[in-house]
Design a protein around this ligand. Sequence first.
Ligand SMILES: [Zn+2]
Length: 400
Amino acid sequence: MADGEAAQQGARQSTLRASNLGLVLRTVCAADRPPSRADVAARTGMTRATAARLVDALVAGGLLAEGERDPLPRRGRPGTPLLAGGRVAALGLQVDAGLLAARVLDLRGRVLAERLEDGDWVGSEPGPTLERLGRLAATVLAGVPAGVRLAGAGLALPGIVDAGRGVLLRAPNLGWHDVAPAAVLAPSLPAGLHPLLGNEADLAARTVAETAPGRAGPHRDFLYVSGQIGVGGAVVLDGQVMRGSAGWAGEVGHVCVDPAGPACRCGSTGCLEQYAGRHALLAAAGLPRDASPEVLLDNAAAGDPRAGAALDGARRALAIALAGVLNVLDIPTVVLGGHLGRLAAVLRPGLEDDLAVRVLSARWRRPRIEAAGADAAPAATGAALHTLAGVLADPVGWLD
Ligand SMILES: [Zn+2]
């Protein structure tokens, strides 16, 4: 064989090995129960010897770990269960008008360290707010166990972002526009760690579609509605967040439900978030804007007419906006997050009835409303998941 051919063959083999390492890692991460080396071979179509060799390399590199063997196997010799490793992690950051969050998530989906800070950053200055987030991130990173490597960082922002340029173009409720957060955060972060920007609702939706890095959640097709100070949204089809042509899809909070309605911070009128956003709902119920959604529920349960009317107004506005999305996109499920998730039990019956009337296909498949989990900062987790997806796609660079 000529030298050139040998070099080419070597390159092909190393590319093949790299892609097989990724396949084995993703197979273990995707499994509901920890698989054995034999399970990995069966699921990937590799020989047992090849699968075992690749697993060993990933275990040695800390991307996979071996669990305890089952002492009482149902049949045959027990295989060693394989888990995603805990030595590679990502930093997820989130800025919302009512919350700052920093969280470190490992490849197994465990939170290694986190800090959440409630506050009111409506109409805030970007510089000091991001510096505050940087200090939060530095504190969190100082709490990460030794030996854990950071694969990267992500930053969730409540507005439209240009991820390629790393610029937040506009976040109506923060009152920010044309902000480049990386430069402000850099002094607080390890050298070379540049957060990837993403939209808050897109990243929060990711935690419903992907319950741990590489593991699919219970829903593949859904609309996620993020109840924050405003209302964000993300469309997820076949487990993937729909980006749209520029990455700006899903802004259901700025769907107009009544052109004669109140002015919105975005410049339009009668947007969904003017009825279902947290501040709007609380104001309509005669509550201060730092009141919790549970106070609203208590007041409504006690027969307070303003609380009841506020919830009715939010439900009617949601029905109009959501029916539009469901009719256009053929989506069976809406997942409510943030304060809307906390109000879901009260909103669900009337909202599902309204959608059954407004969605053309409801006769054959009634739209369902579900509540997201209780996590106050799902977009911080989503930002970390987004970063760890890069490790799952190409793990070779992360092997020791
Ligand atoms: Zn608006």
